[in-house]
Every structure is written in C-alpha cells, then in structure tokens.
Design a protein around this ligand. Structure first.
Ligand code: AMP
Ligand code: ZN
Length: 114
C-alpha cells in the first residue's frame, strides 16, 4: 500500500525509529509519545483495522503481543506495568489505518481511558 504511512516505514521509504524487526513484525518508537515508553508494533502485512483480521492472521496478531512482552521486559517495565492498545476506527481515535499495537509504559495510567 504505497499510500499507507506504516507500509512506507516497513518498506524503508519513510524513516522509523525501529526497535524490533522480524520477517512479519516491525516495532518502532511512536513519533509523538504519550508515555516515557511508547512503541508501535505492527504486522508488515497491510491490515487496515482490527475488523479486517482473519484466521490466517492469528499468528502475526499473536506475535505482536509477544513482541510487546519482550520490549516491556527489555525496558524494565514488566513488573511496574504497561498498557497495550489497538484503536479501531473513529470512536477509538484510530488515525493510521494499518493496525498497530500501542505499548505504553513508564508512568501511572488512569482507567477508564478518555
Ligand atoms: P492511532 O491513533 O491508534 O491510529 O495511533 C497512531 C499513532 O501513530 C499515533 O500515536 C502517532 O503519534 C503515531 N505516528 C504517526 N506518524 C508516525 C511516524 N511517522 N512514526 C511513528 N509514529 C507515528
Ligand atoms: Zn499499511
């Protein structure tokens, strides 16, 4: 998807502050962090929203969470805690239509989210 920001980061056409790279998953620091640690973990495959995942995506969607766990451990926030979030469509505030798992940590967070 040449008009997708995150596909362009996957393809190296737009720079990303990459922290993890596998055959199927890329993770990079959020450009506008909302917490001391704010990482976006994405499938390299273009999937617009969580509504668009299918059974064939179950491995990569699982990998996104395993990568979140790994990055949290590397950054020493596994014990203190962190949040993982998929925003889906407008009510949740999704702005980039290539699914991404937010990993947020390093500060106390409130619940419910605004
Ligand atoms: P969402 O609202 O869930 O779609 O989140 C989109 C996220 O992408 C926001 O947290 C943005 O700060 C982040 N973002 C937008 N452009 C970039 C970029 N070029 N590199 C890294 N993160 C980005
Ligand atoms: Zn894309």
């Amino acid at each position: 998807m040449s008009d997708c920001l995150f596909c362009n980061i996957v393809d190296g056409e737009i720079p990303g502050d990459i922290v993890y790279d596998s055959d199927s998953v890329l993770a990079f620091n959020d450009i506008n962090p909302e917490a001391p640690h704010h990482v976006l973990i994405i499938p390299k495959k273009h999937i617009p929203t969580l509504n668009d995942i299918s059974n064939s995506d179950r491995d990569v969607v699982g990998e996104l969470h395993l990568v979140a766990k790994q990055i949290a451990a590397e950054r020493g926030i596994s014990g203190s805690g962190y949040r993982t979030v998929f925003n889906c469509n407008s009510d949740a505030g999704q702005a980039v239509f290539h699914i991404h798992l937010h990993l947020l940590g390093g500060r106390k967070m409130s619940w419910p989210p605004g």
